[in-house]
Write a protein that binds this ligand. Structure first.
Ligand SMILES: [Zn+2]
Length: 165
């Protein structure tokens, strides 16, 4: 298993856009009350049919299986690490456990139904975000920054130009 940025979509569904939110990467997500810093969507929301299989975006190891909300109807999450690349998928009922090795495309969980928490105005979706860890930022003061990349930009293979000689 080698770390790589190339990734596959966990589901085939389109980008979410509904009365409760825009599922695009970097879409506005309000403002933090204390610091007044603007928040942005760190991943993409992809539409699902509840119960459908959600696939591992890459070869890797399951480093976390968790719960999204503390109160009310809760949902699951799975994180798959491939070297310094971590894929986090939310709103799934996990079928894998921490420590499991997964292959690209293998099932990591079943899509859940967010309408059970938010009502009919939300379209069922998964949230998929990709972090690069151990990143040194030029002007950063911390050594262990992580940054988020748009996972959909990793799903298109870039073919390098042929170099002769
Ligand atoms: Zn989201």
């Amino acid at each position: 298993m080698s770390a790589r940025l190339f990734a596959f979509r966990p589901v085939d569904g389109a980008l979410r856009s509904d009365a409760l939110g825009d599922g695009a990467f970097f879409a506005p997500r309000g403002t933090l009350l204390v610091s007044r810093r603007k928040k942005f969507h760190r991943g993409v929301d992809l539409l699902v049919t509840p119960g459908e299989h959600v696939r591992a975006p890459a070869d890797g190891v399951v480093v976390r299986r968790g719960t999204v909300y503390v109160t009310g109807v809760s949902f699951g999450l799975v994180e798959v690490a491939c070297g310094s690349v971590i894929h986090r998928v939310l709103y799934i009922d996990p079928t894998v456990a921490a420590g499991d090795t997964v292959r690209t495309g293998s099932t990591i969980g079943l899509a859940q139904d967010l309408r059970l928490r938010y009502g009919p105005r939300i379209k069922p979706h998964i949230h998929w975000e990709t972090m690069l860890t151990g990143v040194l930022l030029d002007k950063g003061k911390k050594n262990h920054h992580k940054v988020w990349v748009n996972p959909l930009t990793l799903t298109h293979a870039v073919v390098p130009p042929l170099v002769s000689g």
